[in-house]
Ligand binder design. Structure first.
Ligand SMILES: [Zn+2]
Ligand SMILES: [Zn+2]
Length: 228
């Protein structure tokens, strides 16, 4: 699937391939311009990255020269979540990340402290962008990060709940092994302890979820020249 052309003034490079990604990118562009992000001197690189563990991440690498911010702002978004809960992604994740890059640029410009990303000023800006959303360090959408965790080598465990509800993915560590052994990891719905479950016993419903995620990874174009 090809990279879509995007009529966005504030975004210099991106890897949008689906209609949903284009819609998200246009909203990011609209907000950056509305909030007067210095996109003429700070290039915005918008990336849908299926390997991202969180819903989003961003980084502004720039410096102030004669009162202008010069550099690169990288915004990364998890494309899988666009299919789980597009509305929350659009209404909450976008304001969350746009507020980060806008504030970072402002603070680089005036040299003020940017060490606490989710501080009061950030909360205020997110609320200004979307008065209906509850600003939080992690957006609580109907996002299912289990395929991502499994892909990253997480340990698949199951409880007595049904189908997909029975699956939890834990870090594949000695500490998890210990907690499974002592039955410390229990489901909050059926209260049964989680058990390490071999692949052949995974619920059948998991297969299409993992296949969909793999497909997303496979068709996400990677441009090595633009990657950093
Ligand atoms: Zn954040
Ligand atoms: Zn359960």
């Amino acid at each position: 699937m090809d990279i879509r052309t995007l009529d966005a003034l504030a975004i210099h490079q991106h890897n949008c391939q689906t209609a949903r990604e284009v819609e998200v990118a246009l909203e990011v562009d609209r907000l950056l311009r509305l909030l007067e992000f210095p996109f003429e001197s700070t290039w915005v690189d918008l990336r849908f990255d299926p390997l991202l563990a969180e819903h989003s991440a961003s980084k502004v690498t720039a410096m102030a020269i004669n009162g202008d911010v010069h550099g690169v702002a990288e915004i990364r978004l998890q494309p899988l979540f666009l299919f789980h809960d597009f509305r929350t992604f659009f209404e909450e994740v976008i304001p969350h990340e746009v507020a980060h890059v806008v504030l970072s640029a402002r603070r680089i410009c005036d040299g003020s402290d940017n060490s606490k990303p989710h501080d009061d000023e950030w909360v205020e800006l997110v609320s200004e962008i979307n008065p209906d959303c509850e600003p939080a360090a992690k957006v609580k959408g109907e996002f299912d990060d289990r395929p991502i965790k499994i892909h990253k080598g997480g340990l698949v465990c199951t409880c007595d709940c049904c189908d997909l509800d029975s699956i939890a993915v834990f870090p594949n560590t000695a500490s998890t092994a210990q907690k499974l052994k002592s039955e410390e990891l229990a489901c909050s719905h059926c209260f049964s302890p989680y058990r390490k479950t071999p692949q052949e016993d995974w619920p059948a419903e998991l297969k299409p979820c993992l296949a969909f995620y793999q497909q997303l990874i496979d068709f996400k174009a990677i441009h090595p020249i633009l990657s950093r």
